[in-house]
Structure formats: structure tokens, C-alpha cells
Design a protein around this ligand. Structure first.
Ligand code: GLN
Length: 200
């Protein structure tokens, strides 16, 4: 099978770190900067950064509709930090809603100034202990019944999965533990395999 192509939204924020992570695992990073870049990718990463800037650019560049369409069609997604804000179907402290494909509520910059950035470790369902770097992170404040909560830090939800979407409020691309990236590639490989089988 040809290498997995991972589209990484590259309008602003921590896309380069994700590209490095994906490459180190043997996949091909594809930086997404315009709508036509979205075609032919096997997985999607929505990186951290500033969600208001990313969201505005997504719209200006007409990338919101094609990305949303692919997510709803089952494209495996890993969203980190601002990426989760772009996916959330409700943002408590923002009038905007962007892709809206993940049935959770989020609160932006939820840790306050003192705790704006910190590192910790917490158990993640299926992985065990995981090092987590938080940078002006959001909190996931509500989840619908179909959403799996994978991790909590001090009682606040920090990792969820829902169908083909995994959302983390921390930054795994800044650490050396790339299991979420590995899992994304596995999910993409399985889907690609299925699609090939159907096509034969
Ligand atoms: N505070 C940022 C926002 O609201 C998210 C921070 C991050 O992605 N590290 O968009």
C-alpha cells in the first residue's frame, strides 16, 4: 500500500511539529493551505494555535466546507487544542462555530492566566500514563452521550473520541510520545484498506 498522506491544516499555529511527528512515523505530511489541498488525504490533523485566526482563514480560503465534508464522510481526524475548538459544535465564550462536527462544548483559554501553560501526566484510556503539555488550553465542558471521554486532568476533560474524530486539549506533538499520531495512521490505514477492497 502507498504511504499514508496526512493533511495538516497549515494556516497558523503548530503545524510544523505535527508534520515532523507524522514524518517520523513513516507517513507523508501534506500541508493544507487551500481548498484543493484537501483532496486525496487519508487523515487530517488540526493543530493548536489561535482558533479565531485559524477559523477566520478557514472561511476566507473556502476550506471550511470541503474539510467538513471529508470529516462527515469518515476521514480520521486528530485535533489538538485550537483544533478542538474548530471541531466543537459549541464554544461557550465565542459567538462563532466553525466545523461543528464534534458534539462537545468547549471553553477557550479556560485555565486562567496563572495556569495558562503547564505540563502534567495523566492516564489516557487505552494508553495509560501520558505526558501532556497545555498551552492556553481550552476545556471540554460538556459532551454528548456518544462521545467517549479518554482522559481528565483535575476533573476537566482533556481527551475525547467520537466516531472518526479524536480531540485533545493538550499538545502531543511537543512531546516524544507519539501514540496518538500512530493511532491516527492506523485508523487511516484501516480505512484506506477498506476503500481499496471495495474498489476491487
Ligand atoms: N487559546 C487558543 C485558542 O483559543 C488555543 C491554544 C492552543 O492551541 N495552544 O485558540
Amino acid at each position: 500500500m502507498s504511504k499514508i498522506k496526512v493533511g495538516i491544516l497549515a494556516l497558523q499555529g503548530a503545524f510544523a511539529e505535527h508534520a515532523r511527528a507524522v514524518e517520523s512515523l513513516g507517513a507523508v505530511p501534506v500541508l493544507l493551505r487551500e481548498a484543493s489541498d484537501v483532496e486525496g488525504i487519508d487523515a487530517l490533523i488540526l493543530p493548536g494555535g489561535e482558533s479565531t485566526v485559524q477559523g477566520k482563514l478557514l472561511r476566507q480560503l473556502n476550506m471550511e466546507a470541503p474539510i467538513k465534508k471529508e470529516i462527515l464522510a469518515g476521514l480520521p481526524v486528530l485535533a489538538t487544542c485550537a483544533g478542538v475548538i474548530l471541531l466543537a459544535d459549541h464554544i461557550e465564550n465565542d459567538r462563532e462555530r466553525y466545523l461543528g462536527t464534534l458534539p462537545v462544548s468547549v471553553r477557550r483559554n479556560a485555565y486562567g492566566r496563572q495556569l495558562a501553560s503547564f505540563m502534567t501526566a495523566a492516564p489516557v484510556e487505552g494508553f495509560g500514563r501520558f505526558d501532556m503539555t497545555f498551552i492556553r488550553a481550552p476545556q471540554i465542558t460538556k459532551v454528548s452521550d456518544q462521545v467517549n471521554v479518554l482522559a481528565r486532568v483535575d476533573g476537566h476533560i482533556s481527551a475525547v473520541s467520537y466516531k472518526n474524530q479524536v480531540g485533545l486539549t493538550f499538545h502531543p506533538e511537543l512531546g516524544s510520545d507519539l501514540r496518538f499520531h500512530g493511532q491516527l495512521l492506523e485508523r487511516a490505514g484501516r480505512r484506506k484498506d477498506g476503500q481499496l477492497r471495495k474498489a476491487i
